[in-house]
Write a protein that binds this ligand. Structure first.
Ligand SMILES: [Ca+2]
Length: 600
């Protein structure tokens, strides 16, 4: 098979029973090994090759859509990393003050919201990075992709069709680029084979901290987390395509706001002088380095720097006259939790709302300025959305779980997303040093059911009335539990999702039989089970001292230039998480004992 990207698509026969893909572009040419990916791609492109390359958007009642009919729309998808749902200055729910920060400031995102639509019920596909990124890229749930954990056992989805490959199948004239954190760490497939003309390569977290995996010097002071470099590269790419009147798809995947935190020094100092917010603690403002002090200032400054890069992008689109014909969508890759996630429950690594509900704002042709959308949407919807925005009417690849958001875009946020199923399913059969447990969840309408695999318990919440998931209605609504549980289990079985017990076995195999973090906590707590209150207090005190020592290691490794600094940081971080978890549980036990005594 031979494929000429950017020109007409043609196929030649495969020899010796093998399929070969050759991508010929203006500046690159490569030959790849045969693989299931190529077979699937061949099938998809066979479908897409029948589509007219002049397909344009259908009519819309909204004025901006008229422009879209004249030209092929451009799309910019911005993925932020570990950004909490309420860690922006845009209310994620209209009129609800606690759905935005009283401290962090994101004026460019405010502008995007004024000119576009805020999605109040936007979800990430997973509570951690890698599965979420796979899911967005391929339009399928992590459960279906069998890629649910950041230590995925799956082979990395080499046979799946990416967003960029889909776009080029619909219309080969599109230029495609990915800048920043790729995060599909289980695959060694180059991004060109996933359809990206331009990229930073197969990057991961550490590219946001170091110059390269071999050159472990910190990034230049004027480009923390590559925030500004990403914007520069994206703007240059967009300008280049504008010069050639070529439509484009650009994904900007920020390394921010993932740890390690970093920001311009002058921005940090500015934040030190600003009024303090609810999440600030007195120690944040002491004159010593993070993590003991100052993290919230650096985090706030990092959010501002990232927001400035959004402003740079929006200004560039204005300058090039492309704003009216370009969709700009910003969404978080998974939940946050730095300093809590109120009013949501939980955070990264969990399927409570704090782990999966993320900030999302979209602007573009047909999207009503200043509007809000309450309909639940999720990262695996983008594949189908972009397909429809490009005018594709052919069938999507088999197994796509998402639906197009275009009806919501063009109906002021009202309506529904037409997916193969009327519910959303998350599957996270893993537990982490953050203290999370193996969980699955399903949402249909306002109802959400959470399944805790270790105990087999189910919890039911009405999110319209209880966004904080504080009132379990499982006992009061047995029929609803039965219905949602059956759908959840049915879906997981239908897609042959990973089993939490297999994941546990795999985890133990990888760690040489060592017990996982959660079990370490349980083992420790069992040891302390017979403690008297005085012994418990002593134990908590000792653990507190250990935690202080680990915090010091953490503090020193954050800005260390040593080659092992990142590994040291990761170990200390894991130990801190373990210690905090144990201390928290022991303090809870102590409180219960004290309360029982006072009640008597
Ligand atoms: Ca992340």
């Amino acid at each position: 098979m031979r494929l000429h990207a950017g020109k007409a698509i043609e196929y030649t026969g495969s020899g010796c029973g093998e399929n070969y893909l050759q991508v010929t572009q203006e500046t690159q040419s490569m030959t790849t090994r045969p693989g299931r990916f190529l077979v699937a791609t061949t099938r998809l492109l066979t479908v897409f090759s029948t589509i007219s390359t002049t397909a344009i958007l259908c009519a819309s009642s909204v004025a901006m859509a008229a422009d879209a009919r004249k030209a092929k729309p451009n799309i910019v998808l911005i993925l932020t990393d570990d950004q909490g749902w309420a860690d922006t200055s845009v209310p994620m729910i209209k009129g609800r003050e606690d759905s935005r920060s009283d401290f962090y400031r994101t004026p460019a995102l405010e502008r995007l919201a004024r000119e576009g639509m805020v999605f109040s019920n936007a979800y990430s596909p997973a509570p951690v990075c890698s599965p979420a990124r796979h899911s967005i890229q391929f339009g399928k749930t992590p459960a279906r992709l069998r890629n649910t954990c950041h230590i995925a056992t799956a082979a990395g989805c080499p046979h799946e069709v990416s967003i960029a490959r889909m776009i080029k199948g619909v219309d080969p004239s599109y230029a495609t680029a990915h800048f920043g954190k790729w995060g599909l760490s289980q695959t060694r497939i180059p991004l060109q084979e996933f359809g990206y003309d331009r990229s930073d390569g197969r990057t991961n977290n550490y590219h946001g901290d170091w110059r390269s995996t071999k050159d472990k010097r910190a990034l230049p002071d004027d480009d923390p987390k590559q925030i500004f470099g990403l914007a520069r590269r994206a703007c240059a790419f967009i300008e280049e395509q504008a010069g050639q009147s070529r439509p484009f798809y650009v994904q900007i995947s920020h390394y921010a706001l993932h740890a390690q935190h970093a920001a311009l020094a002058e921005t940090v100092e500015k934040w030190r002088r600003l009024p303090r917010g609810r999440k600030c603690r007195p120690g944040d403002y002491l004159d010593s380095p993070p993590p003991l002090n100052g993290w919230i200032l650096e985090y706030a400054a990092m959010i501002e720097n990232m927001d400035t890069s959004l402003a740079t992008l929006l200004d560039k689109l204005d300058e090039l006259g492309l704003a009216g014909n370009t969709y700009v969508i910003l969404i978080g890759d998974n939940g946050g939790g730095f300093r809590g996630n109120a009013p949501l429950r939980g955070g990264k690594g969990e399927l409570w709302e704090g782990g999966i509900r993320v900030p999302m704002v979209a602007r573009g042709p047909g999207i009503k300025p200043g509007s809000y959308c309450d309909v639940p949407v999720v990262g695996w919807d983008f594949f189908a959305t972009f397909s429809e925005l490009l005018g594709n009417t052919a069938a999507l690849p088999a197994g796509i779980d998402g639906g197009s958001l275009r009806p919501l875009f063009e109906n002021a946020g009202a309506g529904a997303v037409n997916r193969p199923r009327e519910y959303l399913v998350w599957h996270y059969p893993f537990w982490s040093p953050f203290g999370s447990k193996a969980m699955s969840a399903i949402r249909q309408g306002d109802w959400k059911l959470v399944k805790l695999w270790d105990s087999g318990e189910t919890r039911l919440f009405n999110l319209a009335e209880d966004i904080g998931e504080s009132r379990d209605l499982a006992g009061a609504e047995p029929d609803k539990v039965k219905d949602l549980h059956a759908k959840l289990i049915g879906y997981l079985q239908a897609v042959d999702a990973e089993d939490w017990r297999e994941i546990r076995a795999e985890r133990q195999k990888r760690t040489g039989g060592a017990v996982d973090a959660r079990r370490r906590v349980e083992t420790y707590l069992k040891e302390a089970e017979q403690d008297h209150p005085a012994q418990l207090r002593k134990r908590i005190e000792q653990l507190g001292e250990q935690l202080a020592r680990q915090n010091e290691v953490l503090r020193q490794s954050v800005h260390s230039q040593h080659a092992d600094a990142k590994d040291t940081w990761a170990r200390a971080n894991s130990r801190c998480a373990f210690l905090r978890s144990v201390i928290g549980r022991l303090q809870e036990r102590l409180r219960r004992i004290d309360k029982a005594r006072s009640d008597n």
